[in-house]
Write a protein that binds this ligand. Structure first.
Ligand SMILES: Cc1cc2nc3c(=O)[nH]c(=O)nc-3n(C[C@H](O)[C@H](O)[C@H](O)COP(=O)(O)OP(=O)(O)OC[C@H]3O[C@@H](n4cnc5c(N)ncnc54)[C@H](O)[C@@H]3O)c2cc1C
Ligand code: SF4
Length: 499
């Protein structure tokens, strides 16, 4: 029996039955399905996006966004700093188009969670979290970027960090035989990224899980305080129903609260406490060609200021995205294009303290987010530090890209002034958001949380949330491995509880 069912090929309604139905096949959904299937459950995963195999991945960034990203990668948070929040929409979720950066949940972040709610100590024991993380890292072959495929952009970041005395290291990534083609965000054309579709979901399929793609779940079947299944729709409008003893939402920190609200489940702070890591970037020009599109897409990171809420990474974009930072028109722009192989971008992921909100408009999310004054100060500090690292690594000039502030400069004094007296208005900064948390957070107090410490919805039996919606706070680091680890623990708890 084939384990895959493409909703786009259905010619009529479909009804399936399972022990567990999982909504979303991304990082959380795949990890949940793998563990649940290993524990013997009959699992059906329902995914809104379609399957892509490495040969299908487009070369150009904008083609990739059109095919594999939600809303062309152009969903935007509303507020003083309208920034794109970017998500994949395909089997594997955001994993096939992410940067492959792997971090374990830092102990200091875990301790923050326990301080806020001591009940989590017993519900999420650190030793279990560590053991689950170890086994995920083994399955995903997580290891530091091989220096032979690091590429110039990553080597220069190391040089800049060294000059400023900041702790740095090759990024730990989930790849195997990475050739440094620099195309992670369009999907690895040679299948070298060990994204969840090719690993955790494949394991789940091997253990009997069925994956239904191209079906968007719209309704939760609720009956007498229990969730007993889901209903979705194919692109042609055929209905798909899955009946199950347990329903697991793994549709991401944006879509999961929308699904709950759309089904009248407004219990607790659903949609509130949205947290994220806005990323600001610094462009720079080097005298020698740096060919930013070559080498591991994101191969080096600076971690010495993580305690301040700042983490720096080399970035790797397709040339079409990089070109967005070029200046001028006509001949000037044409010269800039000729010079593109000398230019690169580095990014600072900011652990923002501000909390936003996900609202629902029909079936669609509206995300409100307004960075705090302290968050904007971190944007300025991050840009200053990146600029200083670039100049120390030999850049001719750097370009912070802040409206109403210094443009291209080669003077450290300008960067110091940017940090001290640059714009206070968040709208002066250009940021993008790829890490999102907290919109159905877990906790023991039903007034302050949406799910219990065992991931079950406070008010509905048989309904679980497995994605980063449940995280009590942001992580300050790239979250895919902590999301997989918590989703694995969610599966253990869901299958242990009486139906
Ligand atoms: C460009 C980019 C780069 C990133 N780089 C990194 C990195 O290097 N390292 C790292 O740790 N993290 C990275 N991240 C973040 C990381 O990928 C996400 O945090 C993680 O994928 C979130 O997991 P998730 O399961 O919550 O959501 P996703 O992985 O996004 O999966 C959610 C899935 O649910 C599906 N879905 C939503 N609604 C429905 C519905 N109603 N019915 C059916 N299906 C539905 C979606 O189509 C999607 O496939 C990156 C993200 C992006 C976008
Ligand atoms: S850097 Fe290139 S080869 Fe390596 S995983 Fe990413 S896309 Fe694949």
């Amino acid at each position: 029996m084939t384990r895959r069912l493409d909703g786009a090929t259905l010619r009529g309604p479909l009804e399936l039955t399972a022990d567990v139905v999982v909504v979303g096949s991304g990082v959380a959904g795949a990890a949940f399905a793998r563990e649940a299937a290993a524990l013997g459950a009959a699992v059906v995963v329902v995914e809104a996006g379609r399957w892509f195999e490495p040969p299908d991945f487009p070369l150009a960034s904008f083609d990739a966004m059109a095919l594999m990203y939600r809303d062309l990668g152009a969903s935007v948070v509303l507020g003083p700093m309208p920034a794109p929040y970017v998500q994949g929409r395909m089997v594997g979720g955001s994993s096939p188009i992410n940067g492959a950066i792997c971090w374990r949940l830092p102990r200091d972040v875990y301790d923050e969670w326990l301080t806020a709610d001591p009940a989590l100590r017993d519900a999420l024991p650190w030793d279990e979290l560590e053991a689950v993380t170890d086994s995920l890292e083994t399955r995903l072959n997580v290891r530091p970027t091989d220096p032979t495929i690091a590429g110039r952009k990553n080597q220069l970041l190391a040089r800049g960090a060294e000059a400023l005395g900041l702790e740095h290291r090759p990024i730990r990534r989930n790849v195997s035989g990475c050739e440094g083609l620099g195309r992670c965000m369009q999907g690895c054309p040679n299948g070298r990224k060990l994204s969840v579709d090719a690993t955790l979901l494949a394991d789940a399929e091997a253990a009997g899980t069925r994956v239904v793609s191209a079906v968007e779940v719209r309704e939760l079947d609720l009956s007498r305080g229990r969730c007993v299944g889901v209903r979705g729709v194919t692109p042609a409008g055929h209905s798909v129903r899955v009946k199950a003893a347990s329903v697991v939402l793994a549709a991401s920190a944006i879509q999961t609260p929308v699904l709950l609200m759309a089904n009248g489940l407004r219990h607790g702070p659903v949609g509130q406490n949205f947290q994220c890591h806005p990323g600001v970037s610094m462009a720079g020009r080097f005298p020698e060609p740096v060919r930013m599109w070559e080498g591991a897409t994101q191969g080096h990171e600076v971690i010495g200021l993580r305690h301040e809420g700042l983490k720096f990474e080399a970035l790797g974009f397709g040339t079409a995205v990089l070109a967005g930072r070029l200046r001028g028109v006509g001949r000037e722009l044409s010269r800039e294009f000729d010079d593109m192989d000398h230019q690169l971008d580095w990014g600072a992921a900011v652990r923002a303290e501000a909390r936003g909100r996900v609202l629902r408009m029909g079936r669609h999310p509206v995300v409100l987010f307004s960075p705090s004054a302290r968050d904007v100060a971190l944007f300025r500090r991050g840009l200053r530090v990146m600029g200083e690292m670039m100049l120390a690594a030999g850049a001719d000039f750097v370009d912070p890209g802040v409206r109403g502030a210094v443009a291209r400069t080669s003077k450290v004094a300008d960067l110091v002034a940017l940090e001290a007296s640059g714009p206070r208005f968040a709208g002066a900064y250009t940021a993008a958001i790829t890490h999102m948390f907290g919109t159905c957070r877990m906790g023991s107090d039903p007034q302050q949380s949406v799910v219990r410490p065992d991931f079950r919805h406070h008010a509905v039996q048989g309904l679980y949330v497995a994605d980063s919606s449940v995280f009590p706070t942001s992580t300050g680091v790239n979250p895919q491995i902590p999301i997989m680890a918590l989703a694995t623990m969610c599966a253990r708890r869901a299958l242990r509880s009486p139906p």
